[in-house]
Design a protein around this ligand. Structure first.
Ligand code: 13P
Ligand code: SF4
Length: 332
């Protein structure tokens, strides 16, 4: 007999002291089961405030890890421990190499303030925390970099070069990317690690040109993980929640093409005036790994007292990654 996953998930959610969390990029059928949804910043804040001792997080690894770091008393399970490809581009040793790159080019370590995008492993956040640095997300990066600059130090921004450059551009700051022959840390305010999101690299200037030619009044809205050329050629850039709010306040007849993950954009277009800014389907493979069956099995494992896929973070990492996350959360 086949299992009715939706009915079983609802039964288990009613029975257990558990909160199901879902990022906007999750498959529709999984997203619909979530008690808490939001962009990365909102998810972190809402999970911290939530009272249930169990969290089942439908998203990518760094998101579940961040909940464990800011609320270590919670038991955090992930139906799939799927790792964001960008977060995988940097680990502790690449972080150290980036610091050395700047030191070798004349910037003393004590004059470097690291900021890590939340899309990074907890061990990288811990290194940032130990150096007095902060975490940021796509919705608060402007404020966090602004705060970081108050220290008078050079900002090392990891791992997303696009996010780092986009916010530096919007603040009138000079930025450069490590590994680019032109990158002289002495000449830049924000020095970026060379990481990127392959999903958001799919959007091209040709895509924007295509839509602008076809619908001259169309608006283009993109996530700041897109290349700086794309953000510059767009009308709006923001986090997943900010993109949703932007589209919601438009006249329903206004056409808009969105440059971010497919599941979210598809959910935003009930009236046919919202388009996916790409001829290729921009799917995040890791976000799409989680299925309704995975969610059911994870909840069932709590009922059976044999939890699976639990997120565990060692004490040292929790201590210092928490410092970097709390410094972010303290900035209103
Ligand atoms: P948001 O914080 O905007 O939800 O972004 C998360 C993400 O992974 C975007 O690719
Ligand atoms: Fe990571 Fe990109 Fe997927 Fe976001 S869309 S989770 S940055 S791989």
């Amino acid at each position: 007999m086949s299992i009715d996953y939706r009915a079983e998930i609802k039964r288990l959610k009613d029975k257990l002291p558990v909160t199901v969390v879902g990022h906007f990029y999750q498959r529709d059928e999984v997203f619909e089961m979530a008690d808490i949804t939001g962009d990365s910043l909102e998810l972190a804040k809402k999970c911290k405030a939530d009272k249930n001792p169990w969290v089942v997080f439908c998203g990518v690894g760094f998101m579940g890890q961040s909940v464990k770091v800011i609320a270590p008393e919670k038991r955090v399970l992930m139906p799939k421990i799927a790792c964001c490809a960008m977060a995988r581009m940097i680990d502790g040793s690449y972080f150290d190499d980036s610091i050395n790159y700047m030191v070798e080019r004349g910037i003393p370590k004590e004059n470097i303030l690291p900021i890590t995008y939340i899309n990074s492993d907890a061990t990288v956040k811990a290194k940032v925390g130990e150096m007095g640095g902060l975490v940021c997300t796509s919705s608060n990066a402007f404020k966090i970099i602004e705060k970081g600059l108050e220290s008078g130090k050079k900002i090392l921004f990891v791992p997303d070069r696009c996010l780092g450059q986009n916010f530096a551009n919007s603040m009138g700051l000079k930025s450069c990317v490590i590994g680019d022959g032109e990158c002289d840390p002495k000449e830049a305010d924000v020095i970026c690690f060379n990481g990127f999101c392959s999903v958001h690299q799919l959007f091209t200037l040709d895509d924007i040109e295509f839509y602008r030619e076809r619908y001259p009044d169309i608006l283009i809205a993109v996530h700041p993980e897109c290349d700086p050329k794309i953000v510059e050629a767009s009308d709006f850039s923001g986090s997943t929640s900010q993109l949703i709010q932007y589209v919601a306040q438009l006249d329903p007849e206004q056409k808009v093409a969105i440059g971010t993950e497919y599941n979210l954009v598809n959910r935003m277009r009930p009236n046919g005036n919202t388009f996916v800014l790409s001829s290729t389907k921009p799917e995040c493979p890791t976000m799409n790994e989680t299925t309704l069956e995975d969610l059911y099995l994870t909840l069932k494992s709590i009922e059976d007292d044999a939890p699976i896929n639990e997120i565990l973070v060692d004490e040292h990492t929790v201590k210092y990654a928490n410092l970097a996350l709390e410094r972010m959360l303290a900035i209103k």
